[in-house]
Each structure stands twice: as structure tokens, then as C-alpha cells.
Design a binder for this molecule. Structure first.
Ligand SMILES: C[S@@+](CC[C@H](N)C(=O)[O-])C[C@H]1O[C@@H](n2cnc3c(N)ncnc32)[C@H](O)[C@@H]1O
Length: 224
């Protein structure tokens, strides 16, 4: 990047930073909601997070500082934003990795993450790449379901949780995870995923059936 390009990038970034600071795009509320969601999902368990289009991570860094993060990876196309992010993320008590890459490539990397965060970045993708982003979630779901058919429940759980990292509102992936945990006789985790399925899809055709399976899980839990 030439000096002139760097200067104009900083001007644009300074303007964006003022917007964030003034909470004109509700970063404060989003940061609090993300913190609550991560706390509810992971509690005291350590978790890793992939931040796609992290920018300078100015909102996420303080949110993550109070959580049990075991690894953070930020992906962004802008090296300059990543330099600022490195400073902002200094206080995190876990390994921090920052990669200058396209967010779809960041998603393609292997290495399982417990959570994926993308804030005000997906809209930068053209429509067909947005579709590709969610297709990847669906592909992982299909793969997970075929592994259930092969009775590889542990393998299926790996694929399905990756699909849910990409799209946490993917109701069918929750149901499929409930099925895997039923076979693995892990009632607590199974109940959690059936509950999520019903929450996301209360009017589903099979809601009554899933509620019955959930009741079976509760009975197993009560007898343990
Ligand atoms: C509006 S900023 C959001 C930054 C931060 N996530 C936030 O919520 O404040 C969008 C960020 O996405 C990055 N970005 C845009 N398109 C990208 C792509 N295709 N791959 C990776 N990063 C991208 C930009 O460089 C910028 O840092």
C-alpha cells in the first residue's frame, strides 16, 4: 500500500471508529449481546473463536477479555486494520492469531473453532458469495446427516457443530445433533439440541415428535 493509500485508509477508519465510539451502529448493544450469548453457550468452559472481517476488533476485544477464551483468530483483508486489532487484542490471555485473508478463505481453513463471529462484514460479500457462505454450512449439515446414516455419530457431531458455527440458527442441524446424542446416550447434550430445535422451529411438522423425544431425555436425566 502506498503512503497516500495508507493515509486515506486511516481517514476512512478514523471515521468508522468515530461511528463505533458514538454507538451509531449499536456496537455497544451488539458487543453486550455477543458477550451474553457466548457466556450462555460456554459458561466456564474454554472456547476458541474465529472472527471473520474482524477489522480493528475494537468492540469485541473488551467483550472477550472477561470470557474464558482459549484461542482467538481474526481474519481481515486490511493489514492496517489488523495492525490496530493487534494492539486492541493485547490484553487477551490466550493465543491471538491475525490473518490477512478473505473471509471465505478464513472459513475454508480447517481447525475447528467453537464459535464464529462476523459483525458488519458479511454484507461486503457479493450476493453469490453470501450464498456460498451459507452453502458451506448446509454442505457440512448434509455430510453430518450421511455420517448419522453410517452410524458414525461422533463424526456426524463434528460436522454438525461446524455447520452450527457458521449458522447457529440452523434448526435441522440441532435436531440431527439431538439424534446423535440420543444414540450416544448423552441425555443432557441431546436435550439441549432438541430444545434449540423447538425454539427455532416451534411450528415444525415434527415438533410433537421432538417434544416426545425431549421428554424421554428429561426422564433419563431424572433417573441418572
Ligand atoms: C465495517 S468493518 C467491521 C469491523 C468489525 N467486525 C466491527 O464489527 O466493527 C468491515 C470489515 O470487513 C473487512 N472485509 C470486507 N470484506 C472482506 C472480505 N471479503 N474478507 C475479509 N475481510 C473483509 C474490512 O476490511 C473491514 O475491516
Amino acid at each position: 500500500m502506498s503512503e497516500c493509500e495508507k493515509e486515506s485508509f486511516f481517514d476512512a477508519w478514523r471515521t468508522y471508529a468515530k461511528v463505533v465510539e458514538g454507538d451509531y451502529m449499536f456496537h455497544r448493544e451488539i458487543g453486550a449481546a455477543v458477550g451474553n450469548a457466548l457466556r450462555a453457550r460456554f459458561g466456564d468452559r474454554p472456547f476458541s473463536l474465529l472472527d471473520l472481517g474482524c477489522g480493528d476488533a475494537a468492540t469485541l476485544a473488551p467483550t472477550l477479555a472477561g470470557l474464558t477464551l482459549s484461542r482467538y483468530k481474526g481474519v481481515d483483508l486490511s493489514a492496517t486494520a489488523l495492525d490496530i486489532a493487534r494492539e486492541n487484542l493485547k490484553a487477551l490471555p490466550c493465543p491471538v492469531e491475525l490473518a490477512k485473508a478473505d473471509l471465505l478463505d478464513g472459513l475454508a481453513e480447517d481447525g475447528a473453532f467453537d464459535a464464529i463471529h462476523a459483525s458488519f462484514s458479511l454484507h461486503h460479500l457479493p450476493t453469490e458469495l453470501k450464498a456460498e457462505f451459507f452453502r458451506r454450512a448446509a454442505a457440512l449439515y448434509e455430510e453430518g446427516v450421511s455420517l448419522i446414516g453410517d452410524a458414525d455419530y461422533v463424526g456426524a457431531l463434528g460436522k454438525l457443530s461446524k455447520a452450527l458455527e457458521i449458522d447457529p440458527s440452523f434448526a435441522d442441524a440441532h435436531k440431527a445433533m439431538g439424534v446423535c446424542y440420543a444414540h450416544l446416550q448423552e441425555a443432557d447434550k441431546g436435550a439441549y439440541h432438541y430444545e434449540q430445535y423447538l425454539k427455532l422451529n416451534p411450528g415444525a411438522d415434527d415438533a410433537a415428535q421432538v417434544r416426545r423425544m425431549l421428554t424421554d431425555f428429561y426422564k433419563t436425566q431424572a433417573n441418572e
